[in-house]
Design a protein around this ligand. Sequence first.
Ligand SMILES: Nc1nc2c(c(=O)[nH]1)N[C@H]1C(S)=C(S)[C@@H](COP(=O)(O)OP(=O)(O)OC[C@H]3O[C@@H](n4cnc5c(=O)[nH]c(N)nc54)[C@H](O)[C@@H]3O)O[C@H]1N2
Ligand SMILES: Nc1nc2c(c(=O)[nH]1)N[C@H]1C(S)=C(S)[C@@H](COP(=O)(O)OP(=O)(O)OC[C@H]3O[C@@H](n4cnc5c(=O)[nH]c(N)nc54)[C@H](O)[C@@H]3O)O[C@H]1N2
Ligand code: SF4
Ligand SMILES: [Mo]
Length: 714
Amino acid sequence: MRQTHYRTCNLCEAMCGIAVDVEDGKVVGVRGDDDDPFSRGHVCPKAPALAELHEDPDRLRAPLLRTADGFKTVSWDEALDAAAAGLHDVQVKHGRHALASYVGNPTAHNHGTALMTPVFLRALRTRNRYSATSADQLPHQLASYFMLGHQFLFPIPDVDRTRFMLIFGANPLASMGSIMTAPDIKNRLRSIQKRGGRVVVVDPRRTETAEIADEHVFIRPATDALLLLALVHVVLGEHAPRFGRLAPLVRSVESVAEIVREFSPERVAAATGVPAATTRRLAVDLWGSDPGVVYGRVGVSTQAFRVVCQWLNQVLNLVTGNFDRAGGAMFTRPAVDALAAAAGVGLGAGSYGRWKSRVRGVPEAGGELPVATMAEDMLNPGEGQVRGLFTLAGNPVLSTPNGGQLERALAGLEFMVSVDPYVNETTRHAHVILPPISPLEKSQYDAAFHLLAVRNTAKWSPPIFDPPPDGKSDWDILLELKRRLEVRRGPTLRSRAENLLLGKLGPDGLVDVMLRAGPHGLRRGRGGLSLKVLKAAPHGIDLGALEPVLPDRLPRAHRYIDLAPEPLLRDLDRVRGILDQPAPPIVLIGRRHLRSNNSWMHNLPKLAAGKPRCTLLVHPDDAARLGLADGATARIRSRVGEVRVPVEVSDEVMRGVVSLPHGFGHGRAGVRLRVATRPEIAGASLNDLTDELRIDELSGNAAFSGVPVEVGPS
Ligand SMILES: Nc1nc2c(c(=O)[nH]1)N[C@H]1C(S)=C(S)[C@@H](COP(=O)(O)OP(=O)(O)OC[C@H]3O[C@@H](n4cnc5c(=O)[nH]c(N)nc54)[C@H](O)[C@@H]3O)O[C@H]1N2
Ligand SMILES: Nc1nc2c(c(=O)[nH]1)N[C@H]1C(S)=C(S)[C@@H](COP(=O)(O)OP(=O)(O)OC[C@H]3O[C@@H](n4cnc5c(=O)[nH]c(N)nc54)[C@H](O)[C@@H]3O)O[C@H]1N2
Ligand code: SF4
Ligand SMILES: [Mo]
């Protein structure tokens, strides 16, 4: 008998509603759910891969323990005991901070993992916490922390009501949107045009998004800070800022006006490659659009001036009157509001510089250290050396700069535990691998992405399949490991009570508590949300368009908007430094493909099929100059490494810029991914070229974009 289950796809940030058809215990189809009020039937080609992921014979169904003869399957008790003992021993022998943790991207994609992770990391009691954050959105967090006082007050572009969208370094037609949860983004962008508005993309590559935009502007990689300064220069040179309702909250506008004076469009044109006339016109368009919004993502967050870029992005939204206003940059009020702490699982307002990384002395941000410093803190002997690692839902060997060096560091660790469904480039170094059940065996609530969504909605989905009798979710694994670690240390009353409460609630119980306590909760009057209410609405509930929330949503201790935070002003000297610097002849940038996701979906046969994707895009003029023919193999060399990949000659990229996707490089010994390791799929890792010494000095974030490389025939 065929049954249809409704849920939210958890594979990217877009939160599409899906209808999953199941017959005799097997998924026979995954379609868009037309009744989901947010995604309205949209899905991308990844959704059906949920079935392939569920069935993937390489997906681990039982824990693995490393022995002299390789990995052996063991019982959960044996695995969890070994994991707790190993982690505990590292800390007893070498000190608390000798154990590091790395948390990856999929942690955010399910409420059980997202809500338990902060609790678990606290229990590890180490300062050496790393995550994909410092290879990703940390600059957004720091800009919000410095300007608004809370790192998770993310300004979200109100795509559905804007009339002008200026996009820097994002390709939502491939990524499906990021820090902008907006299912069916292509049609949402098209609707801007149908309303008579315009979409402009600033990117060193003419991307899929640039193709449907009204205008595409090429920019030299890692020079966006200069263009943003010039845009503010033009706006403030011609107009008084339009703060409107927010005027009483805004501080230090004079400093900004002063700073931008020297950055005229003419002054920055040579460095950015953007003609002054274009910059002036964009500023006029933004000022004249009513409303308009500036949005920047990975392309501007993964460069040497990441925080400055995110800051200036919001300065532009503020001075043009497009902040906290319909059609501009807005803030969510999610039903499960992680900003308001509940049961100890809320997200902190942020922090900066409370401690430093061991070797290079890079400051902590938001309670963690930059991944770019992780390998050196493991490899350099002496006081404080990192000897053990706990990884959760992450593959840093392929996703962090100079992954090759990290690989060597992992091989030398005394003990490593990974919570992950695969034996991949990272987890193959673990002593114990603890695999969670499949996404279709878990309930789903997007505790993280509702915070980033262009509309307030709420949706909870039940599991489609019962987990196997001995299956464990990430939540279960983390809680059981925490308990075992605490038993070894001698549990405190507090930790016992915490574990008891979390065990009793489970992820769904916690969501229920947070829903009820949240801004749309049952306690706020009749008709409010609880888990029961969501259970009765399998397609989800629409809570309406975003609304202005300032100053209410600012933290009590920071009831103002700082337009010119000190640490950012100080950082401008670095930006000035690139004004007259000659560009390296060839620089490397990354890209994403719709049918892939970071490093971990290349084992799903239907998604991985088709033309090889790990190719180097080279401009025809550069190809001719470098002796590279389409389809030939190129050798790419950077300070840290060398890789070989096929060439794709294309004028999509600017002259002097080459592009390679990240997340490939699966052909390493010991990787148990039978599809991804096929030679035509495996590819090479972009992060064997990216350089751990290239960071945004302010945030410590990896600067993936604009790596100087030498390229030639293989
Ligand atoms: N050069 C370059 N490097 C980049 C980027 C770039 O643009 N260019 N992008 C960066 C960005 S934005 C990010 S977010 C990072 C991503 O960096 P990571 O998060 O380290 O990498 P992923 O490839 O997302 O790896 C996800 C891991 O989680 C596992 N996994 C999947 N689902 C689950 C689950 O439900 N539970 C558990 N426990 N594990 C699961 C997968 O098997 C895989 O091992 O990469 C960064 N690296
Ligand atoms: N299909 C798919 N979807 C994904 C992912 C995936 O790997 N595949 N990953 C997910 C994750 S973890 C994230 S964080 C999001 C990311 O979402 P996006 O930010 O939309 O992702 P990208 O496609 O990497 O877009 C970055 C763009 O920046 C450009 N760029 C590079 N350097 C520069 C520069 O110096 N200046 C400017 N202006 N542009 C530059 C690149 O050419 C690229 O087009 O996507 C998520 N969704
Ligand atoms: S866009 Fe993202 S959420 Fe939507 S179906 Fe594709 S992977 Fe799933
Ligand atoms: Mo990301």
